[in-house]
Write a protein that binds this ligand. Structure first.
Ligand SMILES: [Zn+2]
Length: 306
């Protein structure tokens, strides 16, 4: 049995999978802040998962963790997880002191990408980019059936590609990064004002004829479409799966992104030949994508040293 945890800024979600990949138990608690609290939350969730699945935690064969921030998958060390109040935490070391299972630690978007790959379970696919639209924007890459981290763990960090040299400053120190116009955090910047500044409110206001909201929606959609184009032009993945906190199954966002891609195709025979629009898919609607993906991290064939 394999355990997967998704340690997020507000909650930690845990799952236990059996050998066939079915979910035996889930647990969800608020995440504590700071090194000691984050580690204690993870340990408590794993203990509770053992209770819920009615087995001793010693029968868990592997524990996979998805966590935001910079993750060294070789050492299991997490750093710069600002939302969790972490500076540097050797999460693998902390968990290995409590549990006999092997422990794998991975960036949360990469873990979600692995989860999407397993849930799609589409044998016709060789490659996939999972485009995560949350507070920020990043992609997780599965190429030839294996997670691709890159030489420094930054493969897929396309949110920090500068697209507007005259754009606003980004927290990364550059200017005009893509995620400043294509993420949850981008909405309030593109559509400033009081009240709910989340995507559903923006789409409602735009549909109701608010010109500022319509302009913000169009900018947002065009930049998400640009992210899809970047992913296909750099790695030519079979599909770009869009998910994350900004996306819900009933959201018209993806259809709008596909409309933009179709307009670009109508203007360029080259873009037309890439069939961008038909490569875009919604992420499977699972509440625990990253936790499921984390549980699969120990699956042979998914892990890659690159
Ligand atoms: Zn940036």
């Amino acid at each position: 049995m394999r355990v997967g945890l998704d340690i997020g800024g507000t909650k930690t979600v845990g799952v236990v999978l059996d050998a066939g990949g079915s979910i035996l138990a889930t647990h969800r608690v608020p995440t504590g802040r700071g090194n000691a609290e984050v580690a204690a939350t993870a340990i408590a969730v794993i203990d509770e998962l053992a209770q819920r699945s009615r087995v001793p935690s010693s029968s868990f064969t592997s524990i996979g963790i998805g966590i935001p921030g910079v993750v060294d998958a070789k050492t299991g060390e997490v750093s710069h997880a600002v939302n969790l109040g972490l500076t540097r935490l050797s999460l693998r070391h902390e968990l290995a002191a409590h549990f006999a299972a092997s422990v794998a630690v991975e960036n949360d978007v990469n873990a979600a990408a692995v989860g999407v790959w397993h849930l799609l379970a589409d044998p016709t696919l060789e490659s996939m980019a999972y485009l995560n639209l949350g507070t920020g924007l990043a992609a997780g890459l599965v190429l030839d059936g294996r997670l691709r981290r890159g030489s420094r763990g930054t493969a897929g960090e396309i949110g920090h590609i500068p697209v507007d040299p005259h754009g606003p400053p980004c927290a990364c120190g550059q200017f005009g990064c893509l995620e400043l116009s294509a993420s949850g955090a981008a909405i309030a910047r593109l559509w400033p004002g009081a009240g709910d500044r989340a995507l559903p409110a923006l789409l409602r206001a735009a549909a109701a004829g608010d010109a500022d909201a319509a302009a913000a929606r169009d900018t947002l959609v065009a930049n998400i479409a640009a992210a899809v184009r970047v992913l296909v032009l750099t790695i030519d993945v079979d599909v770009v799966v869009i998910g994350g906190g900004m996306i819900s199954a009933e959201s018209p966002l993806i259809a709008a992104v596909q409309d933009v891609l179709d307009v670009w195709a109508s203007r360029s025979p080259f873009i037309h030949s890439l069939e961008l629009s038909s490569r875009v898919r919604y992420a499977p609607s699972a509440g625990a994508l990253a936790a499921i993906g984390a549980a699969h991290l120990a699956t042979p064939g998914v892990l890659s040293s690159t």
